[in-house]
Design a protein around this ligand. Structure first.
Ligand code: SF4
Length: 605
């Protein structure tokens, strides 16, 4: 294979372009771009002694490569970015879709725009603000805006259908353009102020509101002046929470990279108007890129999907392709963007701050991964398994006297909960209460789908002790999967019998496993069981509440399917419907005064 590579190398062009590395099965495992293809590809194979062990191992997986020549390096950069997106090669830096961070969308196409939280940017004329550092941060900001500005709060679908204003109008938080002929200019003024607030132009906004307040007071419009004063306080309060990190009050992003042989972390600090707004970490494992390439591919992927590109991006290492990147960012933003690697002064201090954050987070992750692996290895040994249980799936049932029976499955991978793989089950085939039959049905549904059931866990744990475990073992045997994973059962301690701790059962053993001094292993399994219990019970409660809510409302003659849906959608619970006044109920579309009275009457009784 090497001869083949040498031969191939000898005919590679020295032009700019993109190279695609493939493994023995012809799969693309890495894509890169180069100003000189021959030189770049040659560097992987000729200077093997200079490569670190990790890169050497990865290079050994290359069986062949392909090149695509481009006219310029800029074209190569764009092509590289598109090909990485399409092929998602294993050893490239790939920003996953779930790394989309929340933004606020201002729907300026609407006559009366509103703000909504979104994770996807669409080119539909809306204005986007963000990304925010977390869902919590975006929700908090929206809460402040909703309290401070009289922008409409309802979704466009609801807005179009409203016949009466909602509570927001009554509490003076909205002008109710849904029902009244609100002056477009007055509403636009609010939109403008919200935009200023979200763009960080808060000092201008404060100045503007202060002036309006003084004018209102002079005109003896005291109510109006008080509203403006409250708005001013609310804005000033949010400003108090922000940390000023630069004196030039500019918008900039600051990048840092920290790495260990197993994985790397890219950290991004968001600085807006000189204030540190947040920090995000992105981790990557096994890449063939060097640090400069990682930063470059991160920038091309990240800024393509983010709504806001600052004027300045500080990078932790000098990049060869700065002008290419700046050109590419110019196309995206429509304005000049500087990519800088400062060596001294305030900006270098920001790079240090980002690096410190990256290193701290990396250390935390390495520590937690290392201790998780140690625990899993010990657990595997204690359960006499041939391998460490990297994936554990745990099942629990939930029902009250057989009503609305459900089950939940939680997944722990490498010792941590993997929530995206959790599953909920509504029991379908068991007519009367039978916990064993519930478990059998759920296990068959989870593992009886052939290849679609993969990945298999290393351990299946069922809550309920020996009985449940034996059911699980027989189902797994029936499905001919008993050689794939271990089954264990976990049972609560029986305090009346003097038992001091929960019990872990394994097939073929009469007595529970004694963990001796390794109590942390039992605690770990209990934690998984508790999570399965919490997950199943939450699902069960939701189903019961929904059924209960439906059944109470069903008893009111004037409340049909449609009205029931309107009430439940708005108030979310019977408790809240019961607490609502007749006025609040009848403010909903389709709920007349008489219907509201009937609802109150039935729920009061
Ligand atoms: S008052 Fe009307 S426009 Fe304002 S939030 Fe309520 S439904 Fe929407």
């Amino acid at each position: 294979m090497e001869v083949d590579l040498d031969k191939k190398l000898s005919v590679v062009s020295s032009e700019p372009g993109v190279y695609l590395m493939k493994n023995a099965r012809g799969k693309i495992i890495y894509i890169g771009k180069a100003g000189n293809l021959k030189k770049r590809i040659g560097s992987y194979f000729s200077n093997q002694a200079q490569l670190d062990i990790k890169t050497k191992t990865l290079v050994s997986k290359i069986s062949t490569f392909e090149t695509i020549i481009t006219r310029t390096e800029k074209e190569a950069l764009i092509l590289e970015s598109n090909l990485i997106k399409r092929h998602k090669p294993r050893y490239n830096v790939i920003l996953k879709d779930d790394k989309r961070y929340p933004c606020l969308r201002l729907d300026i196409n609407s006559l009366y725009p509103n703000l909504t939280i979104v994770r996807e940017i669409k080119k539909n004329g809306s204005v986007y603000f963000g990304p925010f550092a977390s869902s919590h941060a975006v929700r908090e900001t929206l809460k402040i805006i909703n309290k401070t500005f009289k922008l409409r709060k309802c979704k466009t679908k609801e807005f179009k259908k409203r016949l009466r204003p909602c509570l927001n109008f009554q509490i003076k938080a909205c002008l109710a353009p849904c029902c009244f002929d609100v002056d477009k200019n007055a509403y636009n003024k609010i939109v403008k102020e919200v935009t200023m607030f979200l763009n960080g132009r808060t000092s201008e906004l404060i100045y503007k509101i202060k002036n309006e307040m003084i004018l209102a007071a002079k005109a003896q419009a005291f109510e109006q002046a008080a509203v403006l004063r409250d708005r001013l306080f609310a804005i000033e309060k949010t400003l108090e929470k922000q940390v000023v990190v630069t004196t030039d009050f500019k918008d900039r992003d600051v990048l840092a990279i920290a790495g260990s042989p197993e994985y790397y972390l890219i950290t991004l600090l968001f600085i807006r108007r000189g204030c540190l707004l947040g920090v995000r970490h992105y981790s990557f494992s096994e890449t063939m890129s060097d640090n400069a390439e990682m930063i470059r591919t991160f920038i091309t992927q990240y800024y393509e999907r983010t709504p806001f590109i600052p004027k300045e991006i500080l990078v932790p290492i000098p990049l060869n392709d700065v002008s290419l990147l700046e050109d590419w960012l110019y196309i995206l933003k429509g304005k000049k963007v500087d990519v800088l690697h400062p060596q001294r002064g305030e900006k270098a201090r920001l790079l240090n701050m980002a690096l410190q954050n990256a290193q701290d987070r990396l250390k935390e992750q390495i520590d937690s991964n290392a201790s998780n692996m140690d625990l899993l290895k010990r657990l595997g040994k204690r359960l006499k398994m041939e391998r460490a249980p990297l994936r554990i799936e745990c099942f629990d049932n939930s029902n009250i006297s057989g009503k609305e029976p459900v089950a939940g499955m939680v997944v722990f991978e490498r010792g941590k909960p993997k929530r995206s793989s959790y599953r909920k089950y509504r029991i379908k085939t068991v007519p009367k209460q039978d916990d064993y039959a519930y478990m059998a049905e759920v296990l068959k549904r989870r593992y009886g789908k052939g290849n679609k059931a993969k990945p298999y866990p290393d351990i299946v744990m069922v809550d309920g002790g020996k009985g449940q475990m034996n059911i699980a073992v027989s189902v797994i045997k029936e499905l001919k999967l008993d050689s794939y994973f271990e089954v264990i059962g976990i049972a609560k301690k029986d305090e009346k019998r003097g038992e001091k701790e929960d019990k872990i059962y394994k097939p073929g053993r009469v007595n529970p496993i004694n963990f001796g001094r390794e109590g942390d292993l039992l605690l770990f399994l209990q934690r998984i069981r508790d999570e399965a219990h919490r997950f199943a019970i939450t699902f069960h409660r939701k189903r019961r509440t929904r059924t209960f809510m439906k059944s109470v409302l069903d008893t009111i003659p004037s409340v049909g399917k449609k009205r029931k849906a309107i009430l439940l959608k708005h108030f979310k619970s019977i408790k809240k419907i019961r607490a609502a006044t007749i006025e609040e109920l009848s403010a909903l579309p389709g709920i007349s005064h008489d219907v509201a009275r009937a609802v109150k009457l039935v729920l009061a009784g």
